[in-house]
Design a protein around this ligand. Sequence first.
Ligand code: PRX
Length: 659
Amino acid sequence: MSTQIDHLMNESRKFAPSAEFAAAAVASADLYESANANRDDFWATQARELLHWHTPFEQVLDWSNPPFATWFADGELNVAYNCLDRHVEAGNGDRTALLWEGENGDERQVTYAELTDEVSRVAHVLEDLGISVNDRVAIYLPMIPEAIVAMLAVARIGAVHSVVFGGFSADSLRARIDDAGAKVVITADGGYRKGKVSALKPAVDMALADRGNGVQETVENVLVVRRGGNEVEWQEGRDLWWHDVVPAASAAHTAKAFPAENPLFILYTSGTTGKPKGIVHTSGGYLTQAAFTHRNVFDLKPESDVYWCTADVGWITGHSYVTYGPLANGATQVIYEGTPDSPHPGRWWEIVEKYRVTTLYTAPTAIRSFMKIGRHIPQKFDLSSLRLLGSVGEPINPEAWMWYRSVIGADLAPIVDTWWQTETGAIMISALPGVTETKPGSAQVAVPGVAIEVVNEAGETVANGDGGLLVVTEPWPSMLRGIWGDPDRFVETYWEKFAAQGYYFAGDGARRDEDGDIWLLGRVDDVMNVSGHRLSTAEIESALVAHEATAEAAVVGASDEATGQAVVAFVCIKESHKDVLKDTDALVKNLRTWVGEQIGPIARPRDIYIVTELPKTRSGKIMRRLLRDVAEGREVGDTTTLADTMVMSTIQSKVTGKK
Ligand code: PRX
């Protein structure tokens, strides 16, 4: 990490916003001033200005029982009303909300009035299926308008959605359905990915198949959107076609008010243990910060901008910056179903040209893969509509930042590098376009109303120029309210490390430069970041050891030029299954497929090394640090604490022998 820090610290380029951009910018330096004057008043003002409250709040933050916060707790609102009806009532019903592009070239444009009607119909359907306040609904859909409709319909009736990324396996879906106790699953027959239909319904069927282990099935109905046109099996009484029930429902649906602290959604994310955490977000505070950051960080001009966030709604970025932030702000946005290179490598840029996209929000891994293909592809398209670029999900290296700026942004569009997490709910660190002088590779400054520090192990703020751990020192409106069903884990994971100071520990390393700007340096725990997706080493290890031939497994994240980090696994085979060692290529292939089935294709290791032993300390702890050295082709660090110091040389010869 230190070479990375040195490299980053040599970065001295700065880009001031153009006078023209600054003059028309939505954000201003005053925001920092008013937030610094009184943080609670600042957020209360934002909540009142950006949202409609059925019952206005008096209370702002209640931090009397830390780390359990409430925001605007005596206020009431309806999240879907805020994203839909109020825009129609304000005379903007004809404004386009969604410009949807299917991977196969299908198109749909949906206005705010149409979206309001569709959400209302689905709200009726869900109510007719017995869903009410606080019930959980799992959503397992491709990137089609119905994904957004489903989320908003659940929100509209005060229920709680749990969106499961369509790339997750039946097992992962099962675990999430069970943990949340979902009553309904909303899915599709399939969706288009990489030029063909990728089926989804069979995974739902598999997830809901009788497991014969006595666990009570909570799911009563499955609502199925027809998208892929692929054949699906049908369970009468349980399964319903969307097109049979939704158009038949009434488009008149009253959005009732719910308390601001009503849970809005659960979103599962990887932690340091094998079991994903169900991060819980509530309504009023979450929507306030999602809307505030979406407006100010993306300089939103709702009448003229065409905004495009490339994230899937299966991730937090899709929740806050596809569904909730943009729609609360009345934005017009592009939604794209497929992969960036289907059917040709210029697909994204073709979409930018076609819809005259003004604001693009994507991940460094995508930018790096476009860099690899070469600038001649984007240069074939007219990208002159782009006026602002965003980055999220992992540190963006200065080279990728500069390429993004010059090739995609024509050296004009400001870049906002936004740091945040599933847990933070909304952007926490970012430049404000038109206000901040940007620096390639640095996420820079906390957004107004958010308090960030870089501290040492003792919780003391480090001096500018030094590295440490990233913490949030004050509660913020969109903060997670807990881990579903596990308050102890919530406290342990995020609040115990700096309990004395009352800081939220993010799990990221960071450094402040001489200007006080923040540079993110990656995770400091056993969480990996592969193509901007969070994966847990423990989760993949437990998938590997669930394979009948595996005795033990250790997984590390190794740096990878294209994906940021890559999953590298070291696996020991059981004596009883020694036979499989006769064909290690087949074994490795088999284990990769297995992990794909257990968790999802994104979790498949890039490399799997079959080893006879893992490096362990005398107390039996696996020394992943040493395995990471091997996986990254470095000289192996200090091995003196190993129980058997020879283990590493055996492993190393195995790995180098393979390359
Ligand atoms: O390590 C940080 C990295 O992604 C983690 C959060 O992952 P997730 O909850 O999946 O949310 C991703 C999208 C918000 C963080 O702990 N991360 C996210 N954004 C950045 C980042 N690292 C560096 N720079 C960023 N802009």
